[in-house]
Ligand binder design. Structure first.
Ligand code: CA
Length: 234
């Protein structure tokens, strides 16, 4: 971690939960701030980017999902959802909106801090220009991956990928030809394997294929292996 403490914004309307969380985060040396409303959170994040956002799904003004959707139009800050119930709908929709993780209430402050720490590890260092590669692009056949900018080009066309699609495709590109099971793919992009994993992966593969077609792919470079998973054409 850099010398600057990481900034965590907690968006939660229940004071008791927010206080517990702020206390736990500050004890670990994070610079934690708080707001109780979705619109307020968006205004704050437009003014100053946070390193991680902990976002309650049930907010009184804009719901957490809507906040996340709007947030993604201008920021790729990692988002951890707080959900009231272990609801499959929440999980899948959260993924599709570009959230990075979720924690179900009630949660232990320690668990939450661990999740925040995990998110911070995955964020590329933005404060210092880390000299990795030439312009950050690494070529894999017809694909080129910019792992710092979280971008992928296909035949020189920049793919407009969600965060999750990016992670999925990047995982396949890391091991061309290897069959990765849905559970393995789920692990790459999401901390929790779950019974909704297969459906979620299939959904994202479907949208990825459509984007590759739109980028000029004549043949589908992602091969489905029935009952096993997916592989990228080597
Ligand atoms: Ca709430």
């Amino acid at each position: 971690m850099s010398e600057q403490p990481a900034r965590v914004l907690v968006v939660e309307d229940e004071t008791a939960i927010a206080d517990t969380l702020l206390y736990a985060l500050r004890s670990e040396g994070y610079e934690a701030s708080h707001c109780a409303l979705g619109r307020e959170a968006l205004a704050l994040l437009r003014a100053q980017e946070a390193d991680v956002v902990v976002l309650d799904v049930g907010l009184p003004d804009l719901g957490g999902f809507e906040v996340c959707r709007q947030l993604r139009t201008f920021s790729q800050v990692p988002v951890i959802f707080l959900t009231a119930r272990n609801d499959e709908f929440d999980r899948v929709l959260g993924l599709e909106l570009g959230a990075d993780d979720y924690v179900t209430k009630p949660f232990s402050p320690r668990e939450m801090v661990a999740r925040v720490r995990a998110r911070l590890r995955r964020v590329p260092q933005q404060t210092q220009a880390a000299p990795v590669g030439e312009g950050g692009w690494k070529v894999h056949g017809a694909f080129a991956v910019d792992s710092e900018g979280l971008r992928i080009r296909y035949q020189d066309v920049l793919l407009d990928l969600t965060r999750y699609e990016y992670m999925l495709l990047a995982a396949l590109l890391q091991r061309p030809g290897a069959i990765l099971s849905r559970a393995q793919l789920m692990e790459r992009g999401w901390d929790h394997a779950s019974d909704s994993a297969d459906r979620t992966i299939d959904t994202h593969v479907k949208t990825l294929r459509a984007k590759l077609r739109a980028a000029g792919a004549l043949e589908d470079p992602i091969r489905t292996h029935r009952g096993l998973g997916y592989a990228l054409e080597a």
